[in-house]
Design a protein around this ligand. Structure first.
Ligand code: PEP
Ligand code: MN
Length: 342
């Protein structure tokens, strides 16, 4: 951390800053520039609230040099994290595709979609059994019945399961059925929940909060890692901006930014990121071109009658065409995507 004193800071003001840091246990390196005195703070400064220094008389600016997230950062671990679940490797040179309905609605619906997306090359089946809906009157998911259905469908088509957990009480139940636990955008800063996931043996798929900065999102991942669970996948799913032509604004730039800051795999979810079926394919292509480790796509065979997010769900043949296009793009950047199963 570096503290820059005002041009005409008095000796007593500089002394007060040094004394404060000293009582907090830090070593200070003082240097005099042409106009300003600069104080370098040596030690682990992650617990300092920088505002406590910014308000001191004579201080003009305070900068952090190292990131406030430690375990999540590239400084801590240079190598990319690769998460291996059964025969699927997340974070390597294969772009992993997660696909399935927004919500598990019935066994028939899930089987139809699972068969289709697995044939097309998706390795992970998605579908919510517990749905975080804006309205309490909307379909809330089938609960445990939904978990049983998605597990059965994934096993039948040799896929992994990802499904959302909405609170910490649900963790043990969902862990019985899923391979990956999804944390929804609305829960990204539910800190007691994140800490509890630190104790889970299952990888966590952490969606970005609708108004979260990238730093806040990485700090949320830090909660999980610091609890002992190193297997976290970051997912950009669109943030809320002033734009109204799309449901959210998919922040493609978050992909390279997170990859620079962190060793964790980064996915993109253009379904929630745009909210409209006809925008999903172009944004999925863009995410892969930007270097995403994977994409999450909502697919429904009868979206007009879907119980949630029908408007943003791809039709099965659109999903096939997305997979074909994605393979070409992945190739161009030296990555691959699973082939179609015949
Ligand atoms: C979902 O994946 O269906 C979902 C609810 O996502 P998000 O938390 O990103 O809105
Ligand atoms: Mn959805």
């Amino acid at each position: 951390m570096v503290i820059i004193m005002e041009k005409n800071a008095e000796k007593t003001q500089i002394g007060r800053v040094i004394e404060k840091l000293d009582t907090m246990g830090f070593k200070i390196h003082k240097s005099k520039g042409v106009d300003h005195t600069i104080l370098g703070v040596i030690g682990n400064t992650s617990k300092i609230d920088i505002r406590d220094l910014q308000i001191l008389p004579g201080v003009t600016d305070v900068y952090r040099i190292s990131a406030p997230y430690k375990l999540v950062s590239r400084e801590f671990q240079h190598k990319d994290t690769i998460i291996k679940i059964k025969d699927v490797e997340i974070g390597g040179d294969e772009v992993i595709v997660i696909a399935g309905p927004c919500a598990i609605e019935s066994k028939e619906q899930t089987m139809i979609i699972a068969e289709h997306v697995s044939k097309a090359g998706a390795k992970i089946l998605r579908g919510g059994a517990f749905k975080p809906r804006t309205s309490p009157y909307s379909f809330q998911g089938l609960g445990e019945e939904g978990l049983k259905i998605i597990r059965e469908a994934a096993d039948k088509y040799s896929m992994l399961v990802i499904t959302e957990v909405m609170d910490k009480e649900q963790i043990p139940l969902v862990e019985e059925y899923t391979d990956i636990i999804q944390v929804g955008a609305r829960n990204m800063q539910n800190f007691t929940f994140l800490s509890a996931l630190g104790g889970s043996g299952k990888p966590v798929f952490l969606k970005r909060g609708i108004s979260a900065t990238i730093k806040e999102w990485l700090m949320s991942a830090e909660y999980i890692l610091s609890g002992g669970n190193r297997d976290v996948i970051m997912c950009e799913r669109g943030i809320r901006t002033f734009e109204t032509y799309t449901r959210n604004t998919l922040d493609i730039s978050a992909i390279p930014v997170v990859q620079k800051q962190s060793h964790l795999p980064v996915f993109a979810d253009p379904s929630h990121g745009t909210g409209l079926r006809n925008k999903v394919i172009p944004m999925a292509r863009a995410a892969i071109a930007a270097g995403a480790d994977g994409i999450m796509i909502e697919v429904h065979h009868d979206p007009d009658n879907a119980l949630s997010d029908g408007a943003q769900s791809l039709l099965p043949d659109q999903f096939d065409s997305l997979m074909d296009q994605s393979r070409i793009i992945a190739n161009v950047i030296g990555k691959k995507i699973a082939n179609r199963k015949e």
